[in-house]
Write a protein that binds this ligand. Structure first.
Ligand code: GLN
Length: 232
């Protein structure tokens, strides 16, 4: 899936590797392809209900991603990707579809669709900067005890709350972290807007503590602009 330009996440990972002198190859998986278990890092994008049901079926019939998660390969899942990784998700016709069970989460509809800028204070070691993204989803994702949020929402809706429920006292959480999987509702693509998150995934893929910094002034400008837009 990559309906909202989320395939840009793999381009960002490859570019940030190439700037540091690494070679990197993107392997695109379609419904015709077996899912390989040998990639160094995986990204799964968002998509509409129909696409996410197909993706869920394919990923469960060809379980290379599950084997990669078992050996601790870093995985980034966006929006519908996050929902598919959960136990189950409810789509717009009200039917419940099975997920892959990689994340201890379930997803059911909110009262209204969330569309707009999202800013998140991360709660993961190694992330110090606010995360910025664009959200567009009907689903609200509820975390079980094995899943932790990626961060707290400072602007926007993030994981949201299912219709009929109220916002918890601690405020809204955003995204999910469980084992080697990081999942979020942030499009953008999220790694183009948040280089710190891109480098966290790359450090984990390479098994290193840090990477030489790369300065991209256009990204810093974009971040400032988007975070200011969220405040307005
Ligand atoms: N179909 C899902 C929802 O609306 C995911 C949408 C998305 O990936 N942006 O909740």
């Amino acid at each position: 899936m990559g309906t909202y330009g989320d395939d840009g996440n793999s381009l960002v990972l490859r570019q940030r590797l190439m700037w540091r002198g690494y070679d990197a190859e993107i392997v695109r998986i379609t419904l015709e392809d077996a899912v390989p278990d040998s990639c160094d890092v995986y990204t799964v994008g968002g998509g509409e209900d129909a696409a996410q049901k197909l993706a869920s079926r394919h990923l469960s019939a060809s379980p290379g991603l599950q084997r990669a998660v078992e050996r601790g390969a870093p995985v980034l899942a966006i929006c519908a990707g996050m929902q598919v990784f959960g136990e189950w998700f409810v789509v717009s016709d009200g039917s419940r579809a099975p997920g892959l069970g990689l994340l201890d989460v379930t997803t059911s509809p909110q009262a209204t669709r969330s569309i707009g800028e999202l800013v998140v204070a991360p709660q993961v070691d190694g992330l110090t900067q606010p995360l910025t993204g664009f959200e567009n989803h009907m689903g609200a994702t509820v975390l079980g005890p094995d899943a932790a949020p990626l961060g707290r929402v400072t602007s926007g809706v993030g994981n949201g709350v299912p219709a009929g429920q109220s916002v918890p006292a601690g405020g809204l959480g955003e995204g999910v972290v469980q084992g080697s999987i990081i999942a979020t509702y942030m499009h953008g693509p999220v790694l183009a807007r948040n280089p710190e998150l891109a480098d966290l995934l790359l450090c984990r893929a390479l098994g290193v503590d840090s990477l030489p910094p790369v300065e991209v002034p256009a990204v810093e400008r974009l971040r400032r602009e988007r975070i200011a837009a969220a405040r307005r």
